[in-house]
Design a protein around this ligand. Structure first.
Ligand code: AMP
Ligand code: GLY
Length: 417
C-alpha cells in the first residue's frame, strides 16, 4: 500500500513512524513534511489548503491511501477532492469537518444527538455579548467560533478581559461563543470511524497552557501522556456510548457521515463527562503518545476506516506501559515564535519534528512555534516521563522553552477522575 500523509507537524511525523512499521506499507510520502518526516517519507512541496493540489499529488504519486493530518485541508475539502479522484482517504468531508470548523455547528449536532456538553450562547454582534456573559456568569469562557489552532479561547474571571476578547473576535468577522465553565480534568479520546462503526483509541491528556502548573496562555499543546492511570475504568465505554457513537450516528442521519478521526475533548466534571470540543483529526501532541502504544498495524486500520470496512477489523491491540511527549517550543511561542534557529540532536530516537526544515546549509532549523515533540515510552508513566526528559536534554535550540511538569500530576497521583 502506497500511503501519502498530508501535513508537516509532529502529529504527521508520529503517523509516518507508525505507518512505516506496518508491513503492508510499500511506500510512504509526507507532503509537505518537515526535516524529520523527510528521513522516512518522501517529501513533496504542497499547499495543504488547496484541495485540487492535494488530489493531484495523490494521483501523480499513485497513492492507495491518503491520510490527512491537519484541520485546514479537511475544512477546505481536501478529503472530498481525493475521494473524487478515486483514492481512499482517511479524513472527513468538508461538511463533516464542520464538527471542528464551527463550534456552533458542533453544538447543534451535540444537542440533536443528546451529547452532554457545556451550555452555550452564540453571539453574532456586540449587543448580545454582555448579555450572554451575564447569563453565563464567571469564570467566563469566550471562544472564537472559527478555526484558531487552540488559541482563540479565553477562560477568565475578569469580565473586562472577557468583553475585550469577545470584541476582538467579532472584529475579525467571526461569531463568538460564550460557554458555561466546565471544571474537572480534561481528557482527549480519539476514535477511528468509517461513518458507522466507531473504534476508540487510548485516552490521553494534553497540557494546553504554556507554563508549568497550567499557567500562561493557551497553546496548541505543550505535551501529553497516555494512558491515564487515574481515569475511571469505564471511561472509554461511557464516552463511546454517550458521545462518540451518538455523534457519528447523528452525522449519518443528517446525510453528512463523518469518517476519519473523531477527537472528543472532554472534561470529567463533578456532574459527569462533558464535551469541551470536537476535532475532526488526530490531536497534536496526543497522537505522539497514543500511536507508539498501538500494536495493531496503522495503515490497515486507517484504510478500513477510509473504505467503510471497520466492522470487519479485529479488536485493537495495545502495548503495555505508557508514553510521554514533551513539546520543545521556540522562543516567543505562542505569541510571536522566533523561527530559523539551528536545532541539533533532533535525529535521536523518539524526537519527533513539529516545526523544522532543512536549511540551505543542510542543517535543521526551526520553522514553527512548536519545534519538536520529544517522546518516549516506558513500562509505566514515571519511567516514560523520565526517558522523555532525558531525551529533551539531548536537543539544542537557542531560546527554546518547554514545560518540566508533563505527566507529573498523574505520576504523583494528584489527579482524580
Ligand atoms: P477549545 O479550543 O474549545 O479546545 O478550548 C481550549 C481550552 O480552553 C480547552 O482545552 C480548555 O482548557 C479550555 N476550555 C474550553 N472550553 C471550556 C469550558 N467550557 N470550560 C472550561 N474550560 C474550557
Ligand atoms: N491537542 C490539541 C489539539 O490537537 O487540538
Amino acid at each position: 500500500m502506497r500511503v501519502l500523509v498530508i501535513g508537516s507537524g509532529a502529529r504527521e511525523h508520529a503517523l509516518c513512524v507508525a505507518l512505516q512499521s506496518d508491513p503492508a506499507v510499500t511506500a510512504l510520502a509526507c507532503a509537505p513534511g518537515n526535516a524529520g518526516t523527510a528521513v522516512i517519507a518522501q517529501p513533496f512541496a504542497l499547499d495543504v489548503g488547496d484541495p485540487v493540489a492535494v488530489a493531484a499529488l495523490a494521483t501523480e504519486w499513485l497513492a492507495d491511501l491518503v491520510v490527512i493530518g491537519p484541520e485546514l485541508p479537511l475544512v477546505a475539502g481536501a478529503a472530498d477532492a481525493v475521494r473524487d479522484a478515486g483514492i481512499a482517504c482517511f479524513g472527513p468531508s468538508e461538511q463533516a469537518a464542520q464538527l471542528e470548523g464551527s463550534k456552533a455547528f458542533a453544538k447543534h449536532v451535540m444537542t440533536a444527538a443528546g451529547v452532554p456538553t457545556a451550555r452555550f450562547w452564540a453571539v453574532g454582534g456586540p449587543a448580545e455579548l454582555e448579555t450572554a456573559l451575564d447569563e453565563a456568569g464567571p469564570p467566563y469562557v469566550v471562544k472564537d467560533d472559527g478555526l484558531a489552532a487552540g488559541k482563540g479561547v479565553l477562560v477568565t474571571a475578569d469580565r473586562a478581559a472577557a468583553v475585550a476578547h469577545g470584541h476582538a473576535v467579532l472584529d475579525t468577522g467571526h461569531p463568538v461563543l460564550i460557554e458555561e465553565f466546565l471544571d474537572g480534568p480534561e481528557v482527549s479520546l480519539f476514535a477511528v470511524t468509517d461513518g458507522t462503526t466507531v473504534v476508540p483509541l487510548l485516552p490521553a491528556q494534553d497540557h494546553k497552557r504554556r507554563d508549568d502548573g497550567d499557567e500562561g496562555p493557551n497553546t496548541g499543546g505543550m505535551g501529553a501522556y497516555a494512558p491515564l492511570p487515574w481515569a475511571p475504568a469505564d471511561l472509554v465505554d461511557t464516552v463511546l456510548a454517550t458521545v462518540l457513537q451518538p455523534t457519528v450516528d447523528e452525522m449519518a442521519r443528517r446525510g453528512e457521515p463523518f469518517s476519519g478521526l473523531l477527537y472528543a475533548g472532554l472534561a470529567l466534571t463533578s456532574a459527569g463527562v462533558r464535551v469541551v470540543e470536537f476535532n475532526a483529526r488526530f490531536g497534536d501532541p496526543e497522537t505522539e503518545v497514543v500511536l507508539p502504544l498501538l500494536e495493531t498495524p496503522l495503515a490497515g486500520l486507517l484504510h478500513a476506516a477510509a473504505t467503510g470496512t471497520l466492522a470487519e477489523q479485529p479488536p485493537l491491540r495495545w502495548r503495555d506501559g505508557a508514553a510521554v511527549t514533551v513539546v520543545v517550543a521556540a522562543a516567543g511561542y505562542p505569541q510571536r515564535p522566533r523561527l530559523g534557529d539551528p536545532v541539533t540532536g533532533a535525529d535521536a530516537e523518539g524526537v519527533l519534528h513539529a516545526g523544522t526544515v532543512v536549511g540551505p546549509d543542510g542543517l535543521v532549523h526551526s520553522a514553527g512555534g512548536r519545534v519538536l515533540a520529544v517522546t518516549a515510552a516506558g513500562p509505566d508513566l514515571a519511567a516514560a516521563r523520565q526517558a522523555a526528559y532525558e531525551r529533551v536534554a539531548g536537543v539544542r535550540l537557542a531560546g527554546a522553552h518547554w514545560r518540566t511538569d508533563i505527566a507529573l500530576a498523574a505520576v504523583e497521583g494528584r489527579i482524580t477522575g
